[in-house]
Design a binder for this molecule. Sequence first.
Ligand SMILES: Cc1ncc(COP(=O)(O)O)c(C=O)c1O
Length: 443
Amino acid sequence: MKELVKRDLDKIWHPYTQMKDCEDMPPVPIVKAEGIKLYDNTGNFYYDTISSWWCNVHGHNHPYIKKAIKKQLDLFEHVLFAGFTHEPAIELAERLVKITPPGLDRVFFSDNGSTAVEVAMKMSVQYWRNNGKKDKTKIVALDKAYHGDTVGAMSVSAKGAYTEQFSSMLFDTMRVPTPYCYRCPAGKTKGECGTECLSMLESVLKQSSTEIAAVILEPVLMGAGGMIIYPAEYLKGAKSLTEKYDVHLIADEVATGFGRTGKMFACEHAGISPDIMCISKGITSGYLPLAATMVTQEIFDSFYGPVNEKKTFYHGHTYTANPVACAAANASIELFEKENTLKNVENIHSRLEEFLGTVSGLPFVGDTRSVGAVGAIELVKDKTTKEPFPVEERNGLKIYKQGLKHNILLRPLGDIIYFFLPLCVSNEELDDIFKKAQKSIIL
Ligand SMILES: Cc1ncc(COP(=O)(O)O)c(C=O)c1O
């Protein structure tokens, strides 16, 4: 274990990590994984309660997905995707069109969530250009959004620690208040909410729709912004407003897709179809990198024409639609039916709710919230005023460290402790996880 850690720290720069923290909190070397357990080389295990950054769906080392990957590897591992095609991608595109909200009939593959977002925004802007509306170039985003770490994706994400160093590189985005019910931007409480935040979105659209290409949002659950869960009515309303003001709605389902919120896609909670949808993470159940941006036939058609009309979408990546990743995705989607995965999410959710109820009374827990297999605990210094703890106290991190001692991976988002459970977790495992969490969530 020590030897591996030493070699790691000698050469590697880890993501989202202050490497100095590794002096007393070195990375844990994982040598095998099974179901929802990760094992280090001393035989110690950790429950993967955040699905290895929200991508694992059916558990690690699943024989069905492994078999599909091996089968594809025996045929061929990769081929360029311009001028060539292959069955795993075709099959996957057909499946995606079938399982996503109606109207998303075209699939553009890429290989990570940020890129799926970049593609979505570029497609929207070029769509308007192709239709003679060159002024429609701006994107509207929620002010606590997270859409990824590439420059375009950062431009539409929250201003803050993740992006402030790069503000000089980012394009101008119109930001609207986040429907963060615990800290309502309109100062309302639960009973008196009239989704006032929708009127804030409407006023921006009303004033500037001739300059706006699209509204982008994470439907129902905003992940890295703090596991903020908002009512489906907001999403429904946002869809109506984008129709009314003739702008695209981009649904970033990178985190929420593939069953995480209890529906296959979070847009289903509001019964809406976006114009463009970004998917990644759970698409392969976390086995290989893959992403897709899905659009309506109408958007696709606006790019279609003789090359001299300059409507071509000039965008692509080397590993676009990697066949092995597509094979993993096909197997993962099949498993949803074979293992009745969405049914298990209902069970996970009720158990999660029960557990959150038991911690909500703790003096440092301001709010608990949940949707599907995702549950969050917001730590606060003062429950009445909702005053957060000073950032320097790093209370979320303290709980993370305690969790590791109890075999549980509770990597926080600042002072938000959360579960983003693999959808295959069993009742027995949930009992154990919550028992261990109870011992870890102590300040
Ligand atoms: C909603 C959302 N969009 C985009 C991304 C970026 O995905 P990736 O990390 O694969 O680039 C993330 C990652 O957490 C996400 O949660």
